[in-house]
Design a protein around this ligand. Structure first.
Ligand SMILES: Cc1cc2nc3c(=O)[nH]c(=O)nc-3n(C[C@H](O)[C@H](O)[C@H](O)COP(=O)(O)OP(=O)(O)OC[C@H]3O[C@@H](n4cnc5c(N)ncnc54)[C@H](O)[C@@H]3O)c2cc1C
Length: 504
């Protein structure tokens, strides 16, 4: 909520500016863009396809690149319909942003701040470069509902445990928004933005950045045409600003939010919002999402519905908790928070990892979940917890292998949430209850009691009786080509416990 304001000089005299979109692929309720449009004489947008963030082996997935590319197409149209342009460049932002600013003689560069270590370091270098050219950077906090600087313990330290973090977070919001029905103010970007004059445009045309004017969508076209993710219809997260708003409205109007407390754990139901990719790439603002929840609460009919909406709000707080954790403890990116985990003797069997990744472990709930991920680019939260626990505590494989595999597969892959989810599941993070082991068969019986989810994603088992699907005890004649379980859960977890008790 707290943001850096442009200095007085920039406010009084309107300058030529650039707005750099990063994790905020939307026009509406975009704090940095709102400020830029208010304070600029001419304004263009830019997005940079940064190879560091599009790396399919490390930081992105085909599904996520599809979501990104489609969202950018819509964003580009939205800029044009307002009278300006969104340039899409390809390369290193540390070179490209100063170069573009120099080329079009922009005085101010606006962006919303990011929280990942790579991004923070990158931005610091860009600010230094721009300062040499006497260009002013205005940056804003946009991707979190509550400013991380004000969520501190009484000793002014960052929170390490979710429970107290949540109490502080919600307390701040309740106090701040009391006067306004608990709604947070959002901003609306003007319908008209004055783009560059002909002279500034021709300076781009005559430069080596001309590709972004002449072949307007070439970089984007290359990104989308080379993309092998073709199951857009099976991915529940839909790209683009307009779809994200629709998705939020659907979740609220269809009353999904009112029964979330019960429905959220059943993977065969469409009972969650599917907004994770939208929140991660910013096709929707976290404030709109918060406001959606508050509006639902204002018209909720009973305690059950209010409880459901509050449960959903707690998930939004998990997102903010993990982002706060990464801001305050950037070393989380590199490995376990609990240092003794560095000494755990992982067995890291490549054949088991391969079986896990391809949904061929012979344990139906695990394989159904991994196939859902492979096919649709998304996995239900309950199943993310089950497969993560299984990889670490049954297969004895380093959780960082799983973390990386998720980043390479998820449409919503997000360093803070993914690392947080994996460290939570592995018991290597800040969680005060470290020894959590999920029994995949019990989890299946509890959360997929009729086997609907398993049958959907493992069609070759659709004829198998539900009790056998849940217990994993399928006779060979029914099993056909489906593999036998690669491990024995009880035996493996006893080894895990033994190994864990010996690390210091
Ligand atoms: C091992 C593991 C890895 C994960 N990796 C990611 C990831 O890369 N990106 C990601 O966005 N989420 C991740 N999650 C969290 C969670 O699984 C997804 O956010 C959720 O399934 C997305 O579905 P939804 O949008 O329908 O969520 P909803 O249930 O509708 O929740 C609303 C929003 O709250 C946030 N949220 C919900 N649960 C969590 C959570 N446990 N942690 C953090 N934020 C949460 C998301 O932004 C989500 O869109 C991971 C969880 C685990 C256990």
């Amino acid at each position: 909520m707290v943001q850096s304001m442009p200095d007085i000089e920039c406010r009084m005299t309107k300058f030529r500016s650039i707005f750099w979109h990063r994790r905020d692929l939307r026009i509406e309720d975009n704090i940095g863009l709102f400020e830029a449009s208010k304070n600029s004489k001419n304004l263009i947008g830019v997005y940079i396809l940064d190879p560091n963030l599009l790396d399919l082996n490390r930081t992105s997935s085909e599904a996520k690149n599809w979501f990104l590319g489609e969202s950018l197409l819509e964003l580009q149209r939205n800029w044009e319909s307002r009278g300006s342009i969104l340039l899409i460049l390809n390369g290193n932002p540390i070179i490209l942003i100063p170069k573009l600013a120099k080329l079009i003689k922009a005085d101010c560069i606006y962006w919303n701040r990011n929280i990942e270590p790579y991004e923070i370091n990158r931005d610091r270098q860009i600010i230094e470069e721009l300062a040499k050219e006497k260009k002013t950077v205005h940056s804003f906090l946009d991707q979190l509902i509550v400013n991380p600087n004000i969520i501190k313990t009484n000793n002014n330290e960052p929170y390490k445990v979710y429970g107290p973090f949540f109490r502080k977070w919600i307390d701040i919001l309740n106090k701040t928004n009391k006067l306004n029905n608990n709604l947070i103010q959002t901003s609306s970007t003007p319908t008209k933005i004055i783009g560059l004059d002909a002279r500034a445009l021709s300076s781009i045309k005559n430069s080596d950045l001309s590709y972004c004017i002449f072949k307007k969508s070439k970089s984007l076209f290359d990104l989308l045409s080379s993309n092998r993710f073709k199951n857009n219809n099976l991915c529940p997260c839909k790209p683009g600003e307009s779809h994200s708003i629709k998705q939020l409205n659907f979740f609220i109007n269809s009353r999904g939010i009112n029964s979330y407390a019960q429905g959220r754990d059943i993977p065969s139901l469409e009972s969650t919002s599917y907004l994770s990719a939208a929140l991660s790439l910013g096709t929707i603002s976290c404030r709109s999402v918060w406001n959606g929840a508050q509006k639902s609460k204002n018209i909720a009919l009973d305690e059950y519905q209010i409880n459901s909406i509050d449960t959903w709000i707690k998930e939004l707080a998990w997102r903010e908790f993990y982002q706060n954790a990464l801001i305050n403890f950037p070393e989380l990116e590199k490995g376990p928070y609990r240092e003794k985990w560095f000494n755990f003797p992982w067995q890291n069997r490549p054949d088991w990892f391969e079986a896990w990744s391809s949904g061929l472990t012979g344990i139906p709930i695990i394989d159904a979940a991994m196939r859902q991920l492979k096919v649709s680019g998304w996995m239900h939260n309950r199943c993310r917890m089950i497969v993560a626990s299984f990889l670490v505590k049954d297969l004895l494989i380093d959780w960082r292998w799983g973390e990386k595999f998720f980043m390479k597969s998820l449409v919503d892959g997000d360093l803070a949430s993914n690392n947080g989810g994996w460290q939570w599941s592995a018991s290597s993070g800040m969680d005060p209850k470290p020894m959590r082991i999920f029994n995949p068969f019990r989890q299946a019986s509890k959360f997929d009691e009729n086997g609907k989810y398993i049958r959907k994603w493992i069609p070759e088992l659709s004829h198998v009786a539900t009790t056998d699907l849940l217990s994993g005890e399928i006779i060979p004649s029914e099993r056909k080509d489906y593999p036998k379980p690669i491990i024995n859960h009880k035996y493996q977890t006893s080894i895990f416990k033994e190994l864990y008790s010996n690390i210091h």
